[in-house]
Design a protein around this ligand. Structure first.
Ligand SMILES: [Zn+2]
Length: 108
């Protein structure tokens, strides 16, 4: 049996961590922009830094989105049901990642 309240707590914890990291990435991005304004330059190095932050941000934002949707399903009592066929998603899959939205048959 899946322990839904434990899953919920883990998701909430992960969400907090992601929000924290996203905030620090925002600050980092701001620092780079300020430094550029101060130096009147847009070096390739800072371009790469910004690119790097952007990629991390996109990854974290999509993860955050999946977590929010999983939390919503917990609140709606539809957690663990495949979005395509409505059948229960294999427990092993949900143990690996509770944000999975499809059963094995309908993943991909
Ligand atoms: Zn399915």
């Amino acid at each position: 049996m899946l322990n839904i309240s434990e899953i919920k707590n883990n998701l909430l914890k992960e969400r907090e961590e992601i929000i924290f990291i996203l905030e620090s990435l925002e600050k980092e991005m701001k620092n780079i922009k300020e430094r550029q304004e101060y130096e009147f330059s847009d070096t390739s190095e800072s371009f790469e830094e910004k690119q790097d932050i952007h990629i991390k941000k996109e990854f974290l934002e999509s993860r955050l989105n999946l977590i929010n949707k999983a939390l919503e399903r917990i609140n709606n009592n539809t957690f663990g049901l495949c979005l395509k066929c409505g059948k229960p998603i294999e427990e092993i899959r949900l143990k690996i990642d509770p944000t999975f939205e499809y059963c094995r048959e309908h993943s991909n």
